[in-house]
Design a protein around this ligand. Structure first.
Ligand SMILES: C[S@@+](CC[C@H](N)C(=O)[O-])C[C@H]1O[C@@H](n2cnc3c(N)ncnc32)[C@H](O)[C@@H]1O
Length: 247
């Protein structure tokens, strides 16, 4: 497989995933927002490889003028429908190649590229060069990657085996992503792992929390934040990294 091209059915299943997929998406989201929570708000944000618009919505809620791009027309259609439910104009998400973006230099204070999107892009180095170009000086990029060397990694249930072996080959560990980011002229600031527990344990916890007022996702995110605090060197299925474009 040269690149993964998801079809509409994949995006629809990804959008309303199985309990375990929703848990992994939420754990990534909670860890990512922890990394950016203390940053001063910096105007416009861009989510690269936005798929269903998850992080456009997340950064909109955080107060950014949130934009997104994806190379897939199906993804953009679904993202526009999702954003319309929250009154966000469809023009905020556009079909565009991350390796050749049609935005002016320094247009965004924050760029995100989540849920292993970098591994989906043919030339991640070109995408990172473009991300650096569209970031304002002092702006930050948030990148999240599956960790194929994590013993427990089993990706999302919505994926096929072919998707997973592609992602296993192309995903970046900490060393690899730091090299790529540094070569692009960005400076690593912080990183965190998400989905710290094996999938079977997460499933058990979801079952245990069913029916509780806070809901299983919030409970899981809280537990994971505590685990991160107690065991700072614990690695998980997803690595999230925050890097800055120097001023
Ligand atoms: C795993 S999905 C992204 C999930 C999404 N970031 C999230 O967190 O919910 C990967 C996405 O990257 C997109 N993609 C792949 N190559 C791309 C490129 N060159 N430019 C922009 N998007 C690309 C795919 O179309 C796909 O929708």
């Amino acid at each position: 497989m040269e690149v993964i091209a998801y079809d509409r059915a994949w995006y629809e299943r990804y959008d309303r995933g199985s309990d375990i997929d929703e848990a992994k998406k939420h754990l990534e989201y909670a860890a990512a927002l922890d990394l950016v929570r203390d940053l001063p708000h910096c105007g416009a944000s861009l989510d690269v490889g936005t798929a269903t618009g998850r992080y456009v919505l997340a950064f909109h809620r955080f107060g950014y003028l949130a934009h997104g791009i994806d190379v897939s027309a199906e993804a953009i259609e679904i993202a526009r429908n999702n954003l319309a439910n929250y009154g966000i104009n469809g023009s905020r998400v556009r079909q565009m190649d991350a390796q050749d973006m049609n935005f002016p230099d320094a247009a965004f204070g924050l760029v995100s590229c989540m849920m292993g999107t970098l591994a989906h892009i043919t030339r991640p180095d070109r995408a990172l060069a473009e991300i650096r170009r569209v970031l304002a000086p002092g702006g930050v990029v948030l990148l999240s990657n599956w960790q194929p060397r994590s013993m427990e990694v089993d990706f999302l249930t919505v994926n096929t085996d072919a998707h997973n072996s592609y992602l296993s080959e192309r995903s970046f560990d900490l060393e690899g992503i730091v090299r790529l980011v540094t070569e692009a002229g960005l400076v690593l600031e912080r990183h965190a792992y998400a989905v710290l527990l094996p999938t079977a344990a997460i499933r058990r916890l979801i079952d245990c929390c069913a029916g509780e007022p806070a809901g299983p996702l919030e409970r899981l995110a809280l537990l994971e934040a505590q685990l991160r605090g107690f065991f700072p060197r614990l690695r998980g299925q997803i690595l999230i990294l925050l890097a800055r474009k120097p001023c």
